[in-house]
Design a protein around this ligand. Structure first.
Ligand SMILES: [Zn+2]
Length: 310
């Protein structure tokens, strides 16, 4: 089968796999209490792979399966040809790779990061994000339930992330001018992100740019919510421009905003929200920004109206 075709099939089945996870969770992952920081996210990420494999086998239409990565490359899963020798180093027999992240909506800030850089990402490599929370399943028990999920091409998200990184004053290493003074031919640091203070964001960045003697790297790059924060006018403009031209970026921003309302509210000014309220026929006289936003959010397809501001 064609690579694109397999990608499209898996993408379409992803939310079905999530539904199966929820059925499984309610039956097996029942617990009293349920807390943030439980390590449950890692379990959910793995479950997606098992549920997807079940779906693929039952349908028996695709000649692929979801494989677990044997080492600590950035991807968690690889979609590979079924029952064929697989070489993770050369990507032989691979259709595409899937990096899985989970986010608990109850957590203050998600610890999940998408920090793979462009040269590590191929055309159909995907980013899968599971947003979940503890939900009451009866009077006394809770289960971890996936309430929303994102599946799309990682390259598009990386483009959004990288443009905003630069808009915030960050940069990327070029082999021609590596802070470690490597020869351009042997430099391994090309494309490594540096923060606004010139410090490396990943452990694989140039040694000369480590944060301090005791701190190796900054590790802020690609925070799933943080990456779309815009702390200056230029960054706001960049975010809105990319959203117009990059479908994946638009999908990503809409997804994060939908699940993390504070981020969406902060993205717009009061006068912008007033304009949207009027367009939606909401009487906004005397309403605070928070109240106005809450009413806007309660309207169906409200994000389409917010996007018209772009
Ligand atoms: Zn270098």
């Amino acid at each position: 089968m064609e690579n694109n075709e397999v990608y499209e099939e898996i993408r379409q089945k992803s939310s079905q796999a999530c539904e199966r996870m929820n059925v499984f969770s309610k039956a097996i992952l029942r617990t009293r209490g349920g807390r943030v920081g439980s390590g449950m996210g890692a379990l959910l990420e793995a479950l997606w792979g098992y549920m997807m494999n079940q779906l693929i086998l039952e349908e028996n239409k695709l000649d692929c399966e979801i494989a677990w990565f044997p080492d600590n490359q950035y991807n968690d899963f690889s979609c590979i040809r079924r029952d064929v020798e697989w070489n993770p180093t050369t990507r032989e027999s691979e259709y595409f790779r899937i990096e899985v992240k989970s986010m608990n909506v109850g957590a203050d800030e998600s610890k999940a990061h998408f920090s793979a850089i462009k040269k590590e990402i191929e055309e159909n490599d995907s980013l899968l994000i599971l947003v979940w929370k503890w939900m009451k399943t009866d009077n006394t028990h809770y289960s971890p339930i996936v309430i929303d999920s994102f599946f799309d091409r990682a390259k598009g998200v990386a483009e959004l992330r990288d443009s905003l990184h630069v808009a915030r004053g960050g940069s990327f290493v070029s082999s021609d001018a590596c802070p470690d003074n490597c020869s351009p031919l042997t430099c391994t640091h090309d494309g490594e992100p540096l923060n606004a203070a010139g410090k490396r964001e990943r452990v694989t960045g140039p040694e000369m740019t480590r944060v301090s003697q005791s701190v190796s790297f900054a590790a802020n790059f690609g925070g799933l919510v943080r990456m779309i924060k815009t702390d200056n006018e230029n960054a706001r403009t960049v975010l809105r421009e990319i959203r117009k031209t990059n479908e994946v970026a638009d999908h990503y921003i809409s997804f994060i905003h939908k699940n993390f309302p504070d981020e969406e509210r902060n993205q717009y000014t009061i006068s912008e929200l007033k304009a949207v309220s009027e367009a939606l026929g909401i009487d906004c006289v005397g309403l605070s920004k928070a109240e106005m936003y809450k009413r806007i959010r309660s309207c169906e397809s409200y994000q389409e109206f917010l996007k018209r501001l772009l």
